[in-house]
Design a protein around this ligand. Structure first.
Ligand code: COA
Length: 431
């Protein structure tokens, strides 16, 4: 098989090298195309563009496969936890006992925010969306740290400390964002609580009473973090890489990732799913009217939590989360009419030719909102939970380009279709 592609342009033939990944994924390397031909490639939405070479996460969308550093998501979900998964994603291997201990100690040592940051939370109005507070405060954290202000790209000996600081503090900031949005007093993390239990404590404890930490709730939330930990070059991860490529510091780059994640077509979909289910329930529909509307392009409605740019068979995370959803609702003895509607929608859509032909299957967001609702996470925090979970993936991608000696700034081109040369008209002469 040839490892070159031939491209004929303006009567001349150009050869382009091809690249093959460790799972047999193939690409035509067009990096020299413009220099040799004066043409660029055009790929709206980047559906055919590989922006980088990466060793972190593998997805086969046609087969419904997702692996972190080679390990299937199903194995990680069954046997691991979020913190171990974070280490695997960022550093490339599962930690041994001393490595895990060291990582865990670093997380605990770095969980407190600088005290002066509390005043920044006070500046936000009650009711501000926690995603806005989260991205602003992750970025603001840079101002409280000399190392981040004077970031040494690729040479930062303290990188491991900043990794732990970001993973640990994003959880503290996230909980504070919620407390602030509700006008509640801030609750400090506890030294003896593990990662996910501590988040629940900071979210729901009161100064006069600790929140009861139920193991099944911790398990369900930890699983949600783990399932979101990385997903290769999605919109927010590509954003982090884009910002990182300018050599911005780790916190600034990941704050940009939070903004990209906020939109309803990306991380905001979990909130949108629940809003959709609530609307359906309120209107007395069992889901059938909504399915009809979702197929009509003029209705402005979509079946949120369905469809994926990459998965065209099933989203393996959705399978895991659907089961976890049934388990946790049974354990907590909750019956939720929204879950019944979700199941009806799924059943109807999977039989409907519109969804089948377009290969639209439930994605991770379809059931995660129902679990979060069952364990008491408020709806406006759903996307924040996704952001906490996605942090290891963003950091691993940041590290990957920082460690690459030949990294260069991301700078796509465009095809300009605006006016050609045009002259300035003085104000008094304009119509
Ligand atoms: N409900 C109804 N129709 C949908 C749909 C949905 N959730 N998702 C895609 N479609 C339709 C599109 O309208 C399009 O139809 P057409 O071919 O007749 O024009 C076709 O399916 C292909 O969709 P497209 O928008 O090209 O897919 P995409 O890869 O650009 O977008 C998503 C992927 C995820 C953004 C899209 O499926 C979506 O908006 N889903 C709902 C939001 C969501 O759950 N996001 C979370 C992703 S993890």
């Amino acid at each position: 098989m040839s490892n070159e592609a031939k491209l004929e342009l303006d009567g001349k033939v150009f050869t382009l090298p091809t690249v093959e990944g460790s799972e047999g994924e193939k690409a035509v390397d067009v990096s020299s195309l413009r220099a040799n031909t004066n043409y660029i490639t055009l790929d709206d939405g980047y559906g055919n563009t590989g922006s980088c070479i990466s060793k972190v996460t593998f997805i086969d969308g046609d087969k419904g496969v997702l692996r972190y550093r080679g390990i299937p998501i199903e194995e990680m979900a069954e046997k691991s936890n979020f913190i171990e998964t974070a280490f695997l994603i960022i550093y490339g291997d599962l930690p041994n006992r001393p490595q895990l201990k060291k990582f865990s100690n670093l997380l605990t040592a770095n969980q407190f925010l600088h005290e002066d940051m509390k005043f920044h939370f006070e500046g936000f109005p009650t009711g501000a969306h926690p995603m806005a507070i989260l991205s602003a405060m992750i970025n603001a954290a840079s101002c409280f740290d000399e190392g981040l202000m004077n970031w040494k790209w690729g040479k930062n000996t303290e990188f491991d400390v900043y990794v732990a600081r970001l993973i640990s503090q994003v959880r503290t900031i996230a909980a504070y964002s919620y407390r602030k949005s509700k006008g509640l007093p801030l609750i400090y993390p506890k030294q003896n609580y593990k990662y996910t239990a501590n988040f629940l404590h900071m979210m729901f404890s009161m100064p006069y009473e600790d929140f009861e930490i139920k193991p099944e709730v911790v398990k369900a939330l930890d699983l949600i973090f783990l399932l979101h930990a990385d997903h290769e070059q999605n919109c927010s991860t590509s954003t982090v890489r884009m910002v990182a490529s300018s050599q911005a510091n780790l916190f600034a780059s990941c704050a940009a990732g939070v903004c990209a994640l906020w939109g309803p077509l990306h991380g905001g979909a979990n909130q949108a799913v629940l809003e959709m289910l609530e609307d359906i329930h309120r209107s007395g529909d069992d889901g059938s009217k909504f399915i009809t509307a979702a197929k009509d392009k003029n209705s402005g409605k979509k079946l949120m939590g369905f469809g994926h740019r990459v998965y065209k068979n099933h989203d393996p995370r959705a399978t895991i989360i659907k089961k976890a959803c049934d388990d946790v609702l049974a354990k907590l003895n909750i019956s939720d009419p929204l879950l019944d509607i979700a199941k009806k929608l799924e059943e109807a859509a999977l039989k409907d030719s519109y969804f089948v032909e377009r290969k639209l299957y439930p994605n991770v967001d379809f059931y995660s909102g129902i679990i979060m609702r069952a364990i008491g996470i408020p709806m406006e925090m759903f996307t924040v939970i996704f952001a906490i979970g996605r942090m290891p993936g963003w950091i691993a991608n940041y590290k990957e380009i920082m460690d690459e000696p030949k990294s260069r700034i991301y700078r796509p081109r465009q095809i300009y279709t605006g006016r050609t040369i045009n002259n300035y008209v003085p104000l008094e002469a304009r119509k």
